[in-house]
Design a binder for this molecule. Structure first.
Ligand code: PEP
Length: 254
């Protein structure tokens, strides 16, 4: 079995101006600048990426965006391309976040095109999947997640699959303060790895699977102790540089 390198990614959502991002970067680097045991990623709003590129250059912190277009370039008003993200030093991009699926009506077909485009361009997609409360209560969580994976990763070669990061984010746990129990989260991440093995057995072994949904400094260690949880996608608790650095420290303790 491969030892997978942990990834702790922050999702700032629609928070922070470029000035706020700059102050964050200074405080954050002071605390995490020496971390070598994990990949740390900040997924910031498009408008903050350029200043973060300058502040975090040659540091251990990687940059990511929260969405991108499936098109290479062209008449797509309001969209941002993979090349534009690379221009501001992004190496990761969150795709299929539940807020985009629900509020912006992104479909699995749209997300699949974005995943494919990100990989063609050399960006690492962090593909978010997860069920809502009604689906969990109906016992459908695993089927929902398996269907999302099947559709969103359709047509990828095994080599391409190896570059994907999956984030399991139960919708009922995002921004609600309700974390999935480490057992439930761990079981779903194991089920995800099993489903990925159908598409590519070697890829399934190397793909990092993150948990996301009200992750905090207090609960990260329990989650990370599960064999198929390789890291976290952190929303609210990534907004404060001191708190996020403490969360990362706890994540790497076990
Ligand atoms: C997220 O935005 O991906 C997320 C998991 O948010 P939170 O940590 O605030 O629940």
């Amino acid at each position: 079995m491969t030892t997978r390198r942990p990834i702790i990614a922050g999702n700032w959502k629609m928070y922070k101006t470029s000035g706020e991002a700059k102050s964050y970067a200074l405080a954050f680097l002071e605390r995490v600048g020496g971390v070598t045991e994990a990949d740390i990623v900040l997924c910031a709003p498009f408008t903050a990426l350029n200043v973060l590129k300058e502040e975090l250059e040659e540091s251990v912190v990687h940059l990511g965006a929260q969405n991108m277009s499936w098109a290479v370039e062209g008449a797509y008003t309001g969209e941002v391309s993979a090349a534009m993200l690379q221009d501001v030093a992004c190496t990761y991009v969150i795709l299929g976040h539940s807020e985009r699926r629900e509020l912006m009506h992104e479909t699995d077909e749209m997300i699949a095109k974005k995943v494919k485009r990100a990989l063609e361009a050399g960006l690492r997609p962090i593909l978010c999947v997860g069920e809502n409360l009604k689906q969990r209560e109906a016992g459908e969580a695993q089927v929902i997640v398996q269907n999302q994976l099947k559709k969103d990763l359709a047509g990828l070669t095994e080599d391409a699959l190896k570059k994907v990061v999956i984030a399991y984010e139960p919708i009922w746990a995002i921004g609600t303060g309700k974390t999935a129990s480490s057992q439930d989260a761990g079981e779903m991440c194991t089920a995800i790895r099993f489903a990925l093995a159908a598409a590519g057995p070697e890829a399934a072994d190397v793909i990092p699977i993150l948990y996301g949904g009200s992750v905090k400094a207090e609960n990260i260690a329990d989650l990370m102790a599960r064999p198929d949880i390789d890291g976290a996608l952190v929303g609210g608790a990534s907004l404060d540089p001191v708190g996020f650095a403490a969360l990362i420290e706890n994540a790497l303790k076990h």
